[in-house]
Design a binder for this molecule. Structure first.
Ligand SMILES: Nc1ncnc2c1ncn2[C@@H]1O[C@H](COP(=O)(O)OP(=O)(O)OP(=O)(O)O)[C@@H](O)[C@H]1O
Ligand SMILES: [Mg+2]
Length: 256
């Protein structure tokens, strides 16, 4: 089957080649774990390595921040915008939702204009203010995701998780894991008093994927996924174990 490669070293291998076409892919992690970097890299590589134009939809940072952060990794987003391969849209959750419900909305027009194939939504957490309860929130996110799929886009949706180490977020948040096609977790892991970054693919609908926890680094060229944490379990303060346990509890057991 066709794969949408992220172009991120080590990650495509974990995803058995990449994301599936027209899917919504959740990237969750504590502040500073690298969610925005991963998403920007997906968009940047999509354009420069695979010739797939992309969109960045943001509710938080001003667009200058993206240009600045990307430039740190040597990614010239301004040039891509000038060349018509990238558009950065700054909006609010309200406007975005209304936008996708109508023909000819901002995202639809931008996607058609550019021939966009990929979108980064940074971040999904902002939709929480639109819903008064978990059921409503899930409905909102579901509608949003379907809107993106209708535009033929593969999306990366970032989401902040409150826990710095260990257990994933609360029940309301986990709920969204059911409506996305894949779920990637970024975590800080402590080994012998040193904090590392770890990545885990919790779910990839319709495909096999790596089940282990891999170390990753943010380098001057962006995110690089390294080796497994295997063999070091004895050294860990139980965190990776509890990550997998918490996931099983939240996700697998609920599903049964
Ligand atoms: N040029 C660089 N070289 C190495 N590491 C960098 C570089 N630029 C940023 N970083 C690292 O990336 C981290 C921020 O990544 P990013 O903004 O992607 O995180 P995030 O998960 O989106 O955070 P937030 O929850 O605040 O939005 C920083 O904490 C920093 O350690
Ligand atoms: Mg961010």
């Amino acid at each position: 089957m066709d794969r949408v490669r992220t172009g991120i070293k080590g990650l495509d291998e974990m995803l058995d080649g990449g994301f599936l076409p027209q899917t919504a892919n959740l990237v969750e992690g504590a502040p500073g774990t690298g969610k925005t970097t991963l998403g920007m890299q997906f968009i940047y590589k999509g354009i420069t390595d695979f010739g797939e134009p992309g969109l960045i939809l943001t509710f938080e940072q001003d667009t200058q921040q993206y240009y600045h952060d990307a430039a740190n990794f040597g990614w010239d987003l301004k040039r891509l915008v000038r060349e018509g391969a990238l558009r950065i849209i700054r909006s609010s959750p309200e406007v975005t939702l209304a936008d996708l419900e109508h023909v000819g909305g901002q995202i639809e027009l931008a996607a058609r204009d550019l021939g966009a194939r990929r979108i980064l939504v940074d971040s999904l957490s902002h939709f929480e203010c639109l819903a008064s309860d978990p059921v409503a929130y899930r409905r909102v996110v579901y509608g949003f995701i379907n809107g993106l799929k209708r535009e033929g886009l593969v999306s990366i949706l970032t989401r902040e998780s409150p826990a710095l180490l260990g257990e994933p977020g609360d029940d309301d948040q986990e709920d969204v894991a059911f409506v996305v096609d894949s779920y990637l977790l970024l975590r800080y892991v402590e080994i012998a008093s040193v904090v590392h970054r770890a990545l885990l693919v919790l779910k990839l609908r319709g495909s096999d994927h790596a089940k282990d926890i891999r170390r990753f680094e943010i380098t001057e060229k962006g995110l690089v996924v390294r080796d497994k944490f295997e063999g070091q379990e004895g050294l860990m303060s139980g965190t990776p174990h509890s990550m997998v346990r918490a996931f099983e509890k939240a996700f697998v057991e609920k599903r049964r």
